[in-house]
Structures are given as C-alpha cells and as structure tokens.
Ligand binder design. Structure first.
Ligand SMILES: Nc1ncnc2c1ncn2[C@@H]1O[C@H](COP(=O)(O)OP(=O)(O)OP(=O)(O)O)[C@@H](O)[C@H]1O
Length: 341
C-alpha cells in the first residue's frame, strides 16, 4: 500500500517554475530522502505535501485520499523542521501533548498514554517533567520528534532536522532516527542536501535537480550505478573523464586506453571514476601527472592530471609522489561507470 502519492506536481512562483512534473509514490513504512542542491525545490515539495504551499497543478494523495485542496490540519501528517521550536514555558510532556490538545484528540487519559508511548519511543521518559531549557540540543531534538510522532501520522515530514546540530550529535541522531524508524515504521519523507545522511538513513533516495527528479533508487544503487553525470558527481563526487568507447576499452583524449566492461555502445561517453576506486600501481595501467598532494592523516589525496582532466584520487599514506611526477593508476573494469557523453 502507498501512503503518499504525488502525481505530476508542478509549482511556479510568479513566472519561475520551481517544480516540474514530479511523480513520486512512497510505500507504507518506507523512509525516502529528497536529496538535492540548494534551490532544487525539495523544501517546496515537502511544503506541498504538508499543505503549507499549494500546487500549480497535480495531485497529492495521502493514505489513498486526495488531499490536494485540504489545509495542513486536515492532512494526516506531522512535520519536523530544522528549528524545533519547543514551547519554553511548558514541560517536555506538555510539549509532546500539544498537538493532541490542539486537535482535541481523546480525553486526558488517552492523551497521557500517547504521550508516554511517544516519550518511550525517543527514550526520554525520565525527562518528562523538565523544561526544554534544561535539556541538551539532542534531547530537545528528540522532544520535537516525540511531538511529531505522538498523533501517529500517516506520513512524517522532516526538513533538514539535523542540520543545526554539531557533527557528533548529528551522527548520534542519525543512528537514533534509523532505530526509531525501525521500531515504529512510520512512512517518512526526509529533506536533506547532505548525501551521506540520505545514503545512511533511507530505503530510497530521490535525487532532485532543478525542479525535476534526476534519479530515484536505493542508496546502494544510486551510489554504485548513478544514471547520469549529475547523479554521479552529486553522490560521492565522482571524477568525470571524457572518452570514446571502442569495444572493451575506453580511449581517453590523449590516446591512452583502459579496459571497461563490455556492453556499452561504441562512441563518445563520459567515464565516472570514484576516487576510492582508483588504485596506484607500480607498473602498467594509465599514466597521470601529479598536480597536488594533500595529507589526510591515514591517507593522501592526490590531484592528478589524467589526459588533460583533473581527477581526485585517494591513496594510502605510503604512496609518496611529488608534484610533477608520473603516477601509474588502474581502475577495475567493473568500477568504471560509463555514462552517455
Ligand atoms: N515563496 C516563494 N516565492 C518565490 N520563490 C520561492 C518561494 N519559495 C521558494 N522559492 C524559490 O523556489 C526555488 C526552490 O526553493 P526550495 O526552498 O524548494 O529549494 P530547496 O531545494 O529546498 O533549497 P534549500 O536547500 O536551499 O532550502 C528557489 O529558487 C527559491 O528561491
């Protein structure tokens, strides 16, 4: 069953079209990330699902009902933003109770039971009587999450909820989100511009580019088999090298060739090479010129000139080459992603 279906959504602000023909279905219990560069339209799409923004055309269905023209409070959704905006004069449990009171859900005992369950889910039962200012940033974030899930919405909408946290807390909350999602299986739409976050949290990643869906796939597939040059450079910053495919080899601009998997049509192509898949060799392989070496502690990053193209490559710290030196590099044929030119 699908909990959220978007059909041919378009949205313009004045003359500017920010969403074009978005079709997206999210299955019950699925965790889907909308990933994309700033301005690609992901927040606008989330706000359309929430009912905070109208569509120019298209249809929004939640739990099988058409909600396109319904206001936010009539949609079975909950939303959590970057700024979690807890009410400072209320205790943790009253903050979590707030949406139930606003929507007049159940009597006091029923509300108590729901608040208790939500606080248990985020493991904050012991802090129920505290005021928000007596909590750490991560704890406040978890209160906001409890408040979002307390009414057991059909769809949970999260807009960059972790982007205000420092790196360590952010990683902790990512793990927490994964575990909470596993426990309660809420259908979730998560907006982020952070590819690591999208890859680590989601069942499916929807990569957006300029108001359109560029590719949607599982994290592994979108990383290992990006469908377009945009997808491969957005996810994991692949090196893009122009080439000509000639059967089982790719010929680079300077005439050097490298073996590739069979099956791609002959002719112009772009090779997408992930920096972690390039190996330094003692002999054979391709020749590239070292431009820069950056020390990263356990490894080096080399910027190389490969057939007139700058590429970035990771190497063990034991590989010591000076700028101007010739490096020999190899890439396993099944690690060379061939994209249309
Ligand atoms: N209310 C508005 N009026 C006019 N233009 C808007 C409005 N809201 C958003 N836009 C424009 O729509 C485009 C998409 O914005 P949106 O916020 O959806 O992008 P985003 O991908 O979420 O980016 P970010 O990660 O920076 O929030 C942007 O060019 C933005 O300037």
């Amino acid at each position: 069953m699908s909990d959220l279906t978007l059909t041919n959504i378009t949205k313009s602000f004045g003359k500017v079209e920010v969403l074009r023909g978005i079709d997206l279905t999210i299955r019950s219990g699925e965790f889907v990330s909308l990933l994309g560069a700033s301005g690609c339209g992901k927040t606008t799409l989330l706000r359309i699902v929430a009912g905070l923004e109208g569509v120019s055309s298209g249809k929004v269905e939640i739990g099988g009902s058409d909600v396109t023209d319904l206001p936010p409070e009539k949609r079975d959704i909950a939303m959590m933003f970057q700024s979690y905006a807890l009410l400072p004069h209320m205790s943790v449990s009253d903050n979590v109770r707030f949406p139930l009171r606003m929507r007049r859900v159940g009597n006091r005992e029923e509300q108590d039971a729901k608040v208790k369950a939500a606080l248990e889910t985020v493991q904050l039962t012991h802090l129920a009587d505290r005021a928000p200012r007596q909590l750490s940033g991560g704890q406040q974030q978890r209160v906001a999450l409890a408040r979002a899930i307390v009414s057991n919405p059909k769809v949970l909408l999260l807009d960059e909820p972790l982007s205000n946290l420092d790196a360590r807390l952010r990683e902790e909350m990512q793990v927490e989100l994964i575990e909470i999602h596993r426990r309660i299986g809420l259908t979730t739409l998560f907006v982020t511009h952070d590819q690591d976050e999208a890859l680590s949290l989601s069942d499916r990643v929807v990569l957006m580019n300029a108001g359109e869906i560029e590719q949607e796939a599982s994290p592994r597939e979108i990383y290992d088999a990006p469908a377009t040059a945009y997808a491969s450079s957005f996810l994991g910053a692949a090196n893009l090298v122009p080439a000509r495919i000639e059967g089982n080899v790719a010929r680079l601009a300077d005439g050097q060739t490298l073996p590739v998997s069979a099956g791609s049509p002959d002719g112009k192509a772009t090779l997408a090479l992930r920096q972690e898949n390039v190996d330094f060799l003692d002999e054979g392989g391709l020749t590239a010129t070292v431009i820069t070496r950056v020390y990263l502690g356990s490894r080096h990053r080399y910027i190389l000139d490969l057939a007139g193209q700058k590429i970035s490559v990771l190497a063990p710290a034991s590989v010591m080459l000076e700028p101007g030196a010739q490096a020999r590099i190899g890439i396993a044929p099944d690690r060379v992603r061939i994209l249309p030119a």
